[in-house]
Design a protein around this ligand. Structure first.
Ligand code: FDP
Length: 344
């Protein structure tokens, strides 16, 4: 007789990503099938990237740089290039996505065969946390799905939509296991890749971010480059008991920790780069969508990330994201300093 534990495992193993997406719609509509197919393609890219990463060091083209500098002025790693292509190849004949915007491409890529009106556009960061790759540390891919509204596929104006208009968002975390976190605006759900099955299996449904946590996550090496208000917030954190610093150098990994344990992640502007480092459309916005779905807050310090009207596809934005109590502490400190000039 099959044990109760085996039965529970069998039950768990059939809750695949595709089934979960289909079940989140009231019936088996064309929209439900489109989203299930789209998530299937995105997860395929994730599996290809995870497989390639698992052989890093053994194959020639996983570690090290390409010698190319991308549109962001950053060195392109071999894995950046591989992952970017993995997304393109996984999506190009899907019939679902007609535009692709990525950190690695100066211009959006058009997939004309898919471009009937109302098709999706995918905005993505193929490898987030590139500096971690060669040290075999956690990295991620981030994605955002919007509806391409215009008929023109030449200009990107119709892709400049506030994050609140995202249809879906998520990330894939390549850590000790490969995990995919996504939302279609109906809660935030975590799947773990079962390498034997080759499927992402639901392991944490309906994630709620803790109201508050003890982690603050920021690159303190930039301290002297921040505004006085941001410096005063960090000094306030240092004086408080209970806060602990965690910073991995990969946004996905740091925000994932905060989504599960609570706390706050910050990448503020600096004197030289007032808009910080992170990109609005394919880093801050999708993560803001997930964190807010889970009950958290994401802001640039003065405005909610999801309400910002983008002006360019590669624009950067300061990011403060996490548990409501922790983010509110940052905002209170920034506001007090702005109003009175006094440190918090
Ligand atoms: P990276 O450039 O290595 O891809 O996306 C930007 C990002 O990584 C984030 O993942 C990461 O949190 C941040 O930059 C790290 O930047 P710093 O080295 O300036 O802290």
């Amino acid at each position: 007789m099959t044990s109760t534990l085996s039965q529970a495992n069998l039950q768990r193993d059939v809750m695949t990503l595709t089934r979960h997406v289909l079940q989140s719609f009231p019936s088996y509509t064309a929209e439900a099938q489109d989203f299930a197919a789209l998530m299937g393609r995105i997860s395929l890219a994730g599996k290809m990237i995870a497989r390639h990463l698992s052989k890093a060091g053994l194959v020639e083209d996983a570690l090290g740089g390409t010698g190319i500098v991308n549109v962001q002025g950053e060195d392109v790693k071999q894995m950046d290039e591989y992952a970017n292509l993995a997304f393109i190849r996984a999506l190009e004949h899907s019939g679902l996505v007609c535009r692709l915007v990525s950190e690695e491409m100066a211009e959006s890529a058009e997939l004309p065969e898919n471009c009937s009106l109302g098709r999706f556009a995918l905005l993505f960061d193929p490898i987030d946390g590139s500096s971690n790759i060669d040290a075999d540390l956690s990295i991620g891919s981030i994605f955002s799905v919007i509806r391409a509204q215009g008929e023109s596929t030449v200009d990107d104006a119709d892709l400049l939509q506030p994050g609140a208009q995202q249809l879906a968002a998520g990330y894939i975390l390549y850590g000790p296991s490969t995990q995919l976190v996504y939302s279609l605006g109906k809660g935030v759900h975590l799947f773990t890749l079962d390498p034997g099955l080759g499927e992402f299996i639901l392991t944490k449904p309906d994630i709620q971010i803790p109201q508050q946590g003890k982690t603050y996550s920021i690159n303190e090496g930039n301290y002297c480059q921040w505004s006085g208000a941001m410096q005063s917030y960090i000094r306030w954190v240092h004086r408080r008991e209970g806060y602990t610093a965690r910073y991995s150098g990969a946004l996905v990994a740091d925000v994932h920790r905060i989504l599960l344990y609570g706390g706050v992640y910050l990448y503020p502007g600096t004197l030289a780069k007032p808009n910080g480092k992170l990109r609005l459309l394919y880093e801050a916005s999708p993560l803001a969508y997930l964190v807010e779905q889970a009950g958290g807050i994401a802001t640039n310090g003065t405005q909610g990330i999801l309400t910002i009207m983008p002006e360019a596809v590669h624009q950067r934005v300061p990011l403060i994201i996490g548990s409501p109590v922790n983010v509110q502490e940052v905002l209170t400190c920034l506001q007090e300093q702005a109003a009175t000039g006094a440190a918090c």
